[in-house]
Design a protein around this ligand. Structure first.
Ligand SMILES: *Cc1c(COP(=O)(O)O)cnc(C)c1O
Length: 366
């Protein structure tokens, strides 16, 4: 059978390996496996979320509230934006897809960093759009501006902070950049890790309300999958001016987010104490990963997220990733990005210790 030829240039997204796979393939007990591969919150979801799910589980035979009233109200208060400036998706991934379908077509160009979240490219190529990438590894707005001036893209993706490298633009430089972008170009500010960036350095913090009011051609994306600990619930949000939200809403399938996901997000947003605890763990543990890299002579980019990327020299990323996997520690091999690098999610103190110990073992056996 033949398929849409647009698919020929797409490589399938390689997701972090699930715990179940390590149980099946290596016979390691589930409770002994540590997943530091997909930037999930190592403290898990808020206990209040779990209680609320249990309490409401009998409602799952009903379709969800498609207006998503309660969660939109809550996000609207949290971010000081109107409810009609919010869209909810099955992960912010789905909103990325809506943006591309709403704004671009096969004649469009879409601009992004060389090494950034893989779904930007996949969704762009799926509609046959031309992907333009900056040359340098990390986000560099001088390069972005040059590419913008040369190519006049319909969409620009800025991942702030950037997955999988951890680098993060300052708010002030983003604003300077946005001043030079024409109002018909949609600029997507992906804030999947903003909670972590904000906790580390206020200069990196993007306020969605201020962003969209200063630059009406932007959309801010947030997710409940990372700091909020709801990766398994598939829920994220977009904040933009009403005209953009209206366009995206035409593409949103009815009931795209489940009843329990809506509820979980609502409770997670309320429990800011749990978020603070999670951010605290991250701030405390990150320096251990930095010292470890220095001791081992590994390069890394200072990270504003809940993960760190190590650039390897003598070691091969696939070898170390497999070594760890066979011993129950799942990390992310970045070879699919063309890098000899690994990305490790910052875990709890105990989880991180196990990672460091095994990494040492690997080096000693060589
Ligand atoms: C995890 C992630 C997302 C979206 O995750 P969802 O689970 O779909 O909400 C978006 N952008 C980046 C950069 C991410 O790392």
């Amino acid at each position: 059978m033949t398929f849409n030829t647009a698919l020929d240039s797409i490589s399938t997204y390689e997701a972090g390996k699930p715990i179940e796979l390590v149980v099946r393939e290596f016979g390691i007990k589930e409770n002994e496996i540590i997943k530091l591969a997909s930037n999930e919150n190592p403290l898990g979801a808020s206990p209040k979320v779990l209680q609320s799910i249990v309490k409401n589980v009998s409602n799952i035979y009903l379709y969800p509230d498609d207006s998503m009233f309660a969660l939109k109200e809550s996000l609207s208060q949290y971010f000081k934006v109107h409810t009609n400036e919010i869209i909810i998706g099955a992960g912010s991934d789905q909103i990325i897809e809506f943006c591309i379908h709403a704004k671009a077509n096969k004649n469009s160009k879409i601009l992004m960093a060389k090494t950034t979240f893989a779904m930007y490219e996949i969704y762009s190529k799926a509609i046959g759009a031309r992907v333009i990438k900056t040359q340098g590894e990390i986000h560099n707005l001088t390069e972005f501006l040059e590419c913008y001036n040369t190519h006049n893209p319909s969409i620009i993706f800025l991942c702030v902070p950037n997955n999988p490298l951890g680098d993060c633009l300052d708010k002030s430089e983003i604003y300077e950049f946005l001043k030079q972008i024409n109002e018909d170009t949609l600029v997507i500010i992906d804030g999947a890790y903003q909670e972590y960036a904000k906790a580390k350095d206020s200069a990196k913090s993007i306020d969605p309300q201020e962003l969209i009011n200063s630059f009406p051609n932007t959309i801010y994306l947030g997710t409940f999958s990372k700091a909020y600990g709801l990766g398994g619930m598939r829920i994220g949000y977009g904040i933009a001016k009403e005209s953009i939200i209206k366009a995206l809403s035409k593409l949103r399938p009815p009931f795209n987010v489940t009843t329990l996901s809506l509820l979980a997000a609502l409770e997670a947003l309320k429990d800011q104490e749990h978020i603070q605890k999670s951010l605290q763990n991250n701030l405390e543990q990150m320096p251990y990963f930095e010292s470890f890299a220095k001791e081992q002579g590994l390069d890394y980019i200072p990270s504003y997220t809940n993960f760190i990327t190590y650039f390897l020299k003598e070691i091969d990323s696939t070898q170390i990733a497999n070594f760890l996997l066979q011993r129950g520690v799942i990390i992310r091999n970045l070879s699919s990005y063309g890098l000899n690098a690994i990305r490790i999610t910052i875990g709890t103190k105990e989880q991180n210790k196990k990672f460091f110990t095994l990494f040492h073992h690997f080096l000693n056996q060589k």
